[in-house]
Design a protein around this ligand. Structure first.
Ligand SMILES: [Zn+2]
Length: 418
C-alpha cells in the first residue's frame, strides 16, 4: 500500500522496524501506524548487546505528532528478548524512551510548549489530560537532573520562596556562577539544607567561595555546619537587606497614616505607598517634586525613608575597614532614630554585620537573585499557584534549572532526522 511507504518515510522508521499497516479512522480523526519487528534480524539483549532469543511480544502504543491533521498513534508488538544472563527484557524502540506513552518527538513538542504556557494550557491545546502533561514535565526534569554533572560549587545562593498560601515555604538553592537553580527543598529548615549540602562530596563544599542569603538563622546554621570557613563565606546581600528596610518603612508609613487619619481626619500619606518604596531617582520630575516636598515634612515615614535610602548607598567599597566605619555610622544613626521597627532592622544588621561586609568585599551582585526571584513569581503566576511542593519544585527546575530536558532517543535515532 502506498501510505505504508509514505508513513515509513515520514516517521523515519528504519530496520529492524517496519511499518506493517496504516489504519485510518476518519470518524475519530485518528491514524494508527502499526509498526512491527523484522524477524529476519536477530534480537540482541538490551543490557549486554549479546545474542538473545525472542521470548514474547508486548502490545505498546504511543501518541505521536499529528500527521495531516490527524491524531497519530504508533502501535507495535514490541519483542521481549531473553538473555541467558539478564533474563527477559523489552527491546528499546527508536521513537520513544522506555516506558513512555508518547513518542520522543511528541514529548519534545510538549516540552517546547510548556516553556511558554501552563500545564492546563498545553493540555487543552494538545487534547491531553493535565496528568499526562505534568507527567511529561516531570520526566523531563528527572531526565535533566540525571544528566546534570555534579560539579564543585563556587558561588551559591540560598533563598526561600513561598507557594500558594502565604506561610508555606520552600528553599531554593542557586548556582550563581552558572546562573541556574540547583534544587528546591521541601521547607526552609536548617536540617533539610544541611542534609542537601552534606550529600555532596567534601571537595564540592571546600570549593565554595560565597553563599549569598538572607539573615535567616536556619540557613546560617546549616551552612556553618557543613561548609568549611563559613564565617568568611556567608554574604548578606544588598537585595535582602533592602527588603528588610523596605518592609519596616512600609509598616511605619501604614501606622503613621492610620494615626494621622484618626487624629486629624486626613493624612498627606494617602496614596503614597509605592513612592516611598521606589528609588527616588526613578520618579519622574513632577511626582519627584511633590514627593521631595513630602519627604521633607516632619514625618516618621520620611525619617524611615531617609534611612532606607542611605542604607542602599553604603555598598560600594573596596576597603573592608572603610566599609565597616560607614556601616557603624549608619547603625548608630538608626539606633537613635526612635522608630522601633527600623531599630529592629538595625539591631539585626549589627548582629550580622560581618556577612554584610563579606558581601561588599565579594562584590556580590543582586542582579541574578532579583532576576531568579521575579522568574519564580512568573512561574507561580502562570500556574495560578501549585497544589503542592512537589509540583512547585518541578516547575522551578523545569524553567530555571538550566537542564537538558529533551528525550534522548531524539538524538541518536534515524527517527529524529525526519
Ligand atoms: Zn544480556
Amino acid at each position: 500500500m502506498q501510505d505504508i511507504e509514505l508513513y515509513k518515510r515520514m516517521l523515519g522508521i528504519t530496520a529492524p522496524w517496519v511499518v506493517s499497516d496504516v489504519q485510518l479512522e476518519l470518524k475519530q480523526r485518528t491514524v494508527t501506524i502499526v509498526v512491527g519487528y523484522d524477524h529476519s534480524i536477530p534480537v540482541a539483549c538490551p543490557v549486554c548487546g549479546g545474542q538473545a532469543t525472542v521470548y514474547d511480544h508486548q502490545q505498546r502504543k504511543w501518541r505521536h505528532l499529528d500527521t495531516m491533521q490527524l491524531k497519530t498513534i504508533i502501535e507495535c508488538e514490541v519483542p521481549r528478548a531473553r538473555c541467558e544472563e539478564h533474563g527477559v527484557k523489552q527491546l528499546p524502540v527508536a521513537w520513544a524512551e522506555t516506558n513512555a506513552r508518547f513518542t520522543a518527538m511528541f514529548e519534545a513538542l510538549v516540552i517546547g510548549w510548556l516553556k511558554e504556557t501552563s500545564i492546563s494550557g498545553v493540555a487543552e491545546l494538545l487534547a491531553l489530560s493535565w496528568d499526562e502533561v505534568a507527567g511529561i514535565q516531570e520526566r523531563a526534569v528527572n531526565r535533566g537532573l540525571a544528566r546534570r554533572k555534579k560539579q564543585p560549587l563556587e558561588h551559591i545562593g540560598v533563598d526561600e520562596a513561598s507557594f500558594q498560601k502565604r506561610h508555606e515555604y520552600v528553599t531554593v538553592i542557586l548556582d550563581r556562577h552558572r546562573d541556574v537553580v540547583l534544587e528546591v527543598l521541601d521547607d526552609r529548615k536548617a536540617d533539610t539544607l544541611e542534609q542537601w549540602l552534606r550529600a555532596r562530596p567534601i571537595h564540592h563544599l571546600t570549593s565554595v567561595q560565597t553563599v549569598t542569603m538572607d539573615m535567616w538563622d536556619p540557613f546560617i546554621l546549616a551552612v556553618k555546619n557543613s561548609i568549611p570557613d563559613a564565617e568568611q563565606k556567608i554574604c548578606f546581600d544588598r537585595y535582602h537587606v533592602a527588603q528588610h528596610f523596605g518592609k519596616a518603612l512600609d509598616k511605619v508609613r501604614a501606622q503613621e497614616h492610620r494615626q494621622l487619619v484618626a487624629v486629624e481626619g486626613e493624612s498627606p500619606l494617602t496614596g503614597t505607598k509605592y513612592e516611598w518604596q521606589k528609588n527616588a531617582s526613578r520618579l519622574d520630575n513632577r511626582s519627584r517634586r511633590d514627593f521631595m516636598a513630602l519627604s521633607r515634612m516632619n514625618l516618621k515615614t520620611a525619617r524611615a525613608w531617609r534611612i532606607k535610602e542611605t542604607a542602599a548607598e553604603v555598598w560600594n567599597y573596596s576597603d573592608r575597614s572603610v566599609a565597616e566605619k560607614a556601616w557603624q555610622r549608619l547603625l548608630a544613626w538608626i539606633a537613635r532614630c526612635r522608630l522601633e521597627l527600623v531599630k529592629k532592622v538595625g539591631k539585626m544588621l549589627r548582629r550580622y554585620l560581618r556577612g554584610v561586609l563579606n558581601a561588599i568585599m565579594a562584590r556580590v551582585s543582586n542582579a541574578m537573585l532579583e532576576a531568579k526571584n521575579s522568574r519564580i513569581q512568573w512561574v507561580k503566576k502562570m500556574a495560578c499557584g501549585f497544589r503542592n511542593r512537589k509540583r512547585f519544585r518541578m516547575a522551578i527546575l523545569f524553567h530555571l534549572g538550566g537542564l537538558n530536558l529533551m528525550p534522548k532517543s531524539l538524538k541518536n535515532s534515524a527517527f529524529a532526522s525526519t
